[in-house]
Design a binder for this molecule. Structure first.
Ligand code: NDP
Length: 483
């Protein structure tokens, strides 16, 4: 077994096994071999995880923020030191090429730990003068937070949730996707080695049912999910029963608008990054690429030339630029969408094929002449499938870009400064890029509008989603009572 972890779960500062739980086989998507076996959490495991989180939280919350920050900063340093090992494990688990995981996964996780370590000691309340009396506010932790992750960025998602939660004095119980259970266990190990007290970051394995049980646990105060809209609906509804706080980072079908005055090479680079990175399994991908008609043919020509040159192959080879999709099921889904695009009359510019197995590979695919009503232009595909649509003028493209139930992200390529800001101000999206795409520095809040989610991760904004305000009124004079 190439990547067998010490045990399935991490609870109360240690690896924990319970073979009573259903077996989960972890498959390397590039060769379909089983690389590890873990067990889903039984109710007894879940109980231990939540109970230990609850036990540990009060003491952690009572510490000075600088002390909490010190632990997070140490964990960030270790994560960086182990970047290669973490990246190799992430590549085995997800199939994403090492070329990407070496720079995007543990790296972003370390940044999250550093950023929230820096922020923690700066969070203060306010003083509110009331004549003689006054009031002040305290920003307090929520308690035990549940984190539930998707399979595309396991390390990053765990760190983006754990860092602000722990910085603000909360505990977290995290359930990774059953498809990618491995790296989160290493994050837990590193946090513990950095001095995080036992119980504050627990990892439990399992599929949706384990996530559901966690969300419904009375001791859980907040739920942060990264996943699809259908799962988001279920988790949001379950959390609502207990009036729990939620952060929902869900799916998208984001528009990327290319005006004819844009730099052609930059726009093509942006469109490729926004469709082919991680084999297209990125929530913010700009999968509806609107290109102004005068530029369309030149754009498609460069795009096709550069797309066919993408090196698919063994993701453990650092020269490989695109790996497989996560699973046989995802592969089937994406191939079905490609068939659907063809049948609907979209023009296949490049790709559309699945290289012979083993491995869940799909060639980078570009459709042109896509119209707004086609299924491939409306639904999230989550694979390397780009839809190119054309447009004539600004008002038209904004209306069409916004005509989606999603609102995660959007991008604009133009060299007209005022147009760039004007267009962005009218786009219905939580995260926008001007002359760049898919960059998510930790300093910048990240999240969606409409069906793409509620709440924000990263930036100062995340602090509000892992804490609550207590108001304290202080009477300075005699108490006036009418009786
Ligand atoms: P899913 O929605 O299938 O799963 C997300 C997580 O929720 C998994 O851990 C899953 O468990 C768990 N889950 C499923 N059902 C329930 C339930 N009823 N209660 C609690 N937990 C449950 O998403 P994918 O893993 O397929 O990820 C792809 C999706 O994630 C895409 O839509 C993508 O856009 C979105 N995403 C959003 C991001 C964002 O930040 N906005 C970033 C990355 C991805 P299991 O899978 O183990 O069954």
């Amino acid at each position: 077994m190439r990547a067998q972890p010490s045990a399935s779960h991490f609870i109360d500062g240690d690896f924990v096994e319970d073979t009573q739980g259903e077996v989960i086989e972890v498959i390397h998507p590039a060769d379909e071999t089983v690389i590890a076996r873990v067990h889903a959490a039984t109710p007894a495991i879940l109980e231990r995880a939540v109970a230990s989180a609850q036990r540990a939280q009060a003491d952690w919350a009572a510490r000075r923020p600088v002390e909490r920050a010190r632990v997070l900063a140490r964990a960030a340093a270790t994560l960086r030191e182990r970047n290669r090992a973490m990246s190799e494990l992430e590549t085995l688990d997800t199939g994403k090429p090492l070329q990407e995981t070496l720079v995007a996964d543990a790296e972003s996780g370390a940044e999250a730990l550093e950023f929230f370590a820096g922020l923690a000691p700066t969070v203060t309340g306010e003083t509110i003068p009331l004549g003689g009396d006054f009031a002040y506010t305290l920003r307090e932790p929520l308690g035990v937070c549940a984190g539930i992750g998707a399979w595309n960025y396991p390390t990053q998602i765990a760190c983006w949730k754990a860092a602000p939660a722990l910085a603000m004095g909360n505990a977290m119980v995290f359930k990774p996707s059953e498809l990618t259970p491995l790296c989160t266990l290493e994050v837990a190990r590193i946090l513990t080695e950095a001095g995080l007290p036992a119980g504050l970051f627990n990892v439990v394995q399992g599929a949706g049912a384990v996530g559901d049980a966690l969300v419904r646990d009375e001791r859980v105060a907040k739920v942060s999910l990264t996943g699809s809209v259908p799962t988001g609906r279920k988790v949001y509804a379950a959390a609502a029963e207990g009036i729990r706080h939620v952060t929902m980072e869900l799916g998208g079908k984001s528009p990327l608008i290319v005006f004819d005055d844009a730099s052609l090479e930059d726009a093509v680079s942006g469109a490729m990054l926004g469709n082919f990175y991680s084999a297209g399994q990125v929530c913010t991908n700009g999968t509806r690429v609107f290109v102004q008609r005068a530029l369309r043919e030149r754009f498609l020509e460069r795009l096709a030339a550069r797309s066919v040159a993408i090196r698919l192959g063994d993701p453990m080879d650092e020269a490989t630029q695109m790996g497989p999709l996560i699973s046989a099921r995802q592969h089937e889904t994406v191939m079905r969408y490609i068939e659907d695009g063809r049948a609907a009359g979209a023009r296949l510019v490049t790709g559309g094929t699945a290289p012979d197995g083993p491995g869940y590979f799909v060639a980078p695919t570009v459709f042109a002449d896509v119209s707004d009503d086609m299924t491939i232009a409306r639904e999230e595909i989550f694979g390397p499938v780009m839809c190119v649509l054309d447009f004539e003028d600004e008002d038209e493209v904004i209306a069409r870009a916004n005509a989606s139930e999603f609102g995660l992200a959007a991008g604009v390529f133009t060299n007209d400064l005022t147009r760039a800001h004007r267009v962005v101000s009218r786009l219905q999206a939580g995260t926008c890029w001007i002359n760049s795409y898919n960059l998510t520095p930790l300093e910048m809040p990240f999240g969606g509008v409409k069906l793409s989610g509620v709440g924000r991760e990263n930036g100062r904004a995340a602090i509000e989603h892992y804490s609550q305000v207590k108001s304290v009124h202080v009477g300075m004079g005699p108490v006036e009572a009418p009786y």
